[in-house]
Design a protein around this ligand. Structure first.
Ligand SMILES: [Zn+2]
Ligand SMILES: [Zn+2]
Length: 710
């Protein structure tokens, strides 16, 4: 541009640029260097001409978005670095006033493809940084509504045979029971790792590169710096904010109020005549939308809920499944993880009762990766040992932990549909055992829907199967973390918050200019640190199982009916009964007298050679198990009862007219994706272990010594 105006300046930019010695820099430094030189040129041009404003606008907008005050921006403007506050605030107002038009323009272009609706509560509890101004600290609740428009075809409301997408039964207890009995039960008898070994083309976290490992470990770290490496980040351009309004999203009415303006858009009229809009959501989102649909179907116009609500299809939000199953596992086995944490990181202080998500993710990853190193040795040694402590930790390491780790990061993200459904079934059975409120029901509702769509040949089934990873609530969480980042430390009011959100949405497509200059946070651990931690973890686990083995000949207490806790004698830790394998939660506890738990075992010649101990802790003769088609009869009864009880409970709640709010006791249990502290990765550096050169050697020796134990 400079060169076009004045030929004598030809090469001027290059000359300046080359004088910075760019060839010695890496590529990202090079980009920022180019931009710096560009700014310099603008500066020089700007001395004479006040109209050179493009870069100045960008800088002022960024300053304003990140909370620089009016006088701060104006001072920068006087220095010649940025536009004035007035200019930037005019720009922001312009974006705000055009938002509706822009949204409709975007929507109009997308009515030939699938529209996914996202709705979530945003709350801001930033305190005012100014201690003299206490009035400014407040809490803002906002309802965020957005659309995500992957490039796939819309999904029709009716199946080709004229059946509508909603199952009139809601949770179809018979259908789910049938699938459990004839398809999934035989798989639940073996551990997740065993089942996974029969799946093809599955990513293996032990072979991850540094970037993939960090990705895996930051899946619940909602920090924009980490998120840029997440695979979902590439799809953000398909996302558009609809609105961001003051709202609490705490009741059916709140949800309906936030949803109506969207489904009533005239632009959608034609679309909704034929098609549905899926809504992957957190627990309350699924519950209230389902409830609205149920009431509309049952009471028609009397419900005061418009018919268009039927076009929404609530779906289980996979990111929340991952977060909640991980945190529930951490909570249930806290006593174990506390020992593990103190031992691995040489800590005297206990692990926090509710660790931050990054810590939960790290501990689960370390136990899992450590387990995978020693797994074969342990299995070979213990064989069919039914020791209650061994069975409990086998279930934790070989079944529960890896299922929680994989469900979102591998199965959902990579779109392995059948494996995902199968794992949701498995996680449901575990959440049922843990009596994990809400998730023991919404996972059933999701399974019921999927089975229903499959049974009536609804196109929804194949759309889900072929495009699983599109049905993700991740995007709205990502947007929230951006808002949080850009409003941190600001004195805000609700009007400004809304303005900021709309600006951020607008900037999503053109904010690259400032990008190279923004300081980024790095994940504190490198792959080599993590690999060291994994080896330490493996060493810890060998010792752990060695203690169990040594103590396995001592008879252990068997939990009695109505016991709430079980004391693990080897480690003197007390954990809930539900941490024991599923068999111990049934009416028929695994037997230590007879070697077969079959009710009508007819095997006379008992040589124990081909006995099978299932992951639930029950043991069968191979022949008896074969007679049962490889389904543990006691655990099947237990889970069938669960389907019936929880399915009906959820249905009743959906149908009920007088209780339109989630019960208070239930509500508390949802792990909300919202963690300002999480972002800080507090004191994480001190967890980095000193290099121990002998780790490999020690590990080899420990494994060898373990094998030698008689
Ligand atoms: Zn038998
Ligand atoms: Zn069983």
């Amino acid at each position: 541009m400079i060169e076009e105006r004045d030929h004598s300046l030809k090469g001027f930019f290059d000359m300046l640029y080359q004088s910075m010695n760019p060839s010695s820099k890496n590529s990202s430094t090079e980009i920022s260097l180019k931009k710096k030189v560009m700014i310099l040129c603008y500066q020089m041009a700007g001395l004479r001409n006040k109209q050179v404003s493009l870069v100045k606008n960008q800088i002022a907008l960024y300053m304003s978005n990140t909370g620089t005050s009016t006088s701060g921006i104006n001072t920068l403007a006087n220095l010649g670095f940025a536009s004035t506050y007035k200019t930037v605030s005019r720009k922001k107002k312009e974006i705000l006033s055009k938002h509706e038009v822009e949204f409709l323009k975007y929507l109009n272009e997308k009515t030939n493809s699938l529209i996914i609706f996202l709705i979530d509560d945003y709350h801001d509890i930033h305190q005012s940084r100014n201690p003299n101004n206490e009035n400014l600290s407040n809490v803002a609740h906002m309802a965020t509504t957005m659309i995500y428009t992957p490039n796939i075809l819309p999904i029709p409301y009716m199946s080709p045979l004229g059946e509508q997408i909603h199952n009139p039964m809601n949770v179809d207890v018979d259908l789910v029971s049938w699938a459990l009995q004839f398809e999934y039960m035989s798989k639940l008898g073996i551990s997740y790792i065993n089942q996974k070994s029969s799946w093809f083309c599955m990513a293996d976290s032990s072979k991850f590169t540094e970037e993939e490992t960090i990705n895996f470990l930051t899946v619940h770290s909602y920090d924009p710096d980490f998120q840029t490496a997440h695979p979902e980040h590439k799809k953000l351009k398909l996302l558009k904010l609809f609105d961001f309004t003051p709202q609490e999203l705490k009741s059916l009415n709140d949800y309906l109020q936030a949803i109506y303006p969207f489904i009533n858009l005239p632009t959608l009229n034609e679309y909704l005549l034929k098609n549905i809009i899926p809504v992957p959501a957190d627990y309350p989102g699924q519950y209230y939308i389902r409830k609205a649909i149920t009431l509309r179907r049952r009471y028609g116009d009397l419900s005061n809920i418009p018919e268009k609500i039927l076009n929404l299809v609530p779906l289980l939000g996979p990111l929340h499944v991952s977060l909640n199953t991980r945190e529930t596992t951490m909570k249930m086995y806290y006593q174990f993880f506390n020992i593990f944490y103190k031992e691995i990181f040489k800590k005297k202080k206990n692990l926090a009762m509710k660790p931050q998500p990054w810590m939960t993710d790290l501990l689960l990853y370390l136990t899992h990766s450590g387990w995978m190193i020693i797994r074969k040795t342990i299995l070979r040694k213990f064989k069919n040992n039914k020791d209650i402590e061994y069975r409990t930790f086998l279930d934790l390491f070989d079944n529960i932990t890896p299922a929680c780790l994989d469900v979102y990061t591998i199965l959902f993200r990579e779109g392995h549909f059948d494996e995902y459904i199968s794992t949701i079934f498995r996680l449901w059975s575990i959440m049922k055992r843990f009596e994990r409120k809400n998730y023991n029901k919404i996972m059933l509702a999701f399974l019921s829907d999927v089975l229903y769509w499959q049974s009536i040949d609804h196109p929804m089934y194949n759309m889900l199967k072929d495009n699983l990873s599109s049905f993700n609530e991740y995007f709205i969480e990502n947007f929230h973390s951006l808002i949080r980042r850009y409003t941190a430390g600001k004195n805000f009011n609700i009007e400004n918050l809304r303005k900021d959100a709309i600006n951020l949405d607008n900037n999503k497509h053109n904010s690259d200019f400032m990008e190279p200059f923004i300081t980024k946070k790095n994940y504190p651990f490198k792959k080599k640190h993590l690999d060291n931690m994994v080896k330490r973890s493996a060493l810890f686990l060998i010792e752990f199982f060695q203690k169990i083995l040594t103590n396995s000949n001592t008879p252990k207490d068997i939990p009695k009916k109505d016991d709430k806790f079980y004391l693990f004698p080897t480690f003197n830790i007390k954990m809930k009964i539900a941490t024991l394998p599923t068999g111990y939660c049934t009416d028929h506890l695994p037997s230590f007298i007879s070697r077969c738990d079959h009710k009508n075992c007819k095997v006379v010649e008992d040589n124990n050679i081909d006995n099978c101990v299932l992951i639930c802790g029950h043991e069968y003769h191979f022949q008896c198990l074969q007679d049962l088609q490889f389904k543990c009869q006691h655990c099947l009864d237990y889970l069938l009862n669960g389907v019936e009880y929880l399915g009906n409970l959820y249905n009743d709640r959906l149908e009920s007219l007088d209780n339109t709010s989630i019960l208070d006791e239930e509500e508390e249990e949802e792990n909300i994706i919202d963690n300002e502290d999480n972002v800080s990765l507090e004191n994480s550096e001190e967890l980095i272990l000193k290099e121990n050169l002998n780790l490999d050697r020690s590990l080899k020796d420990a494994l060898y010594a373990f094998q030698q134990i008689k």
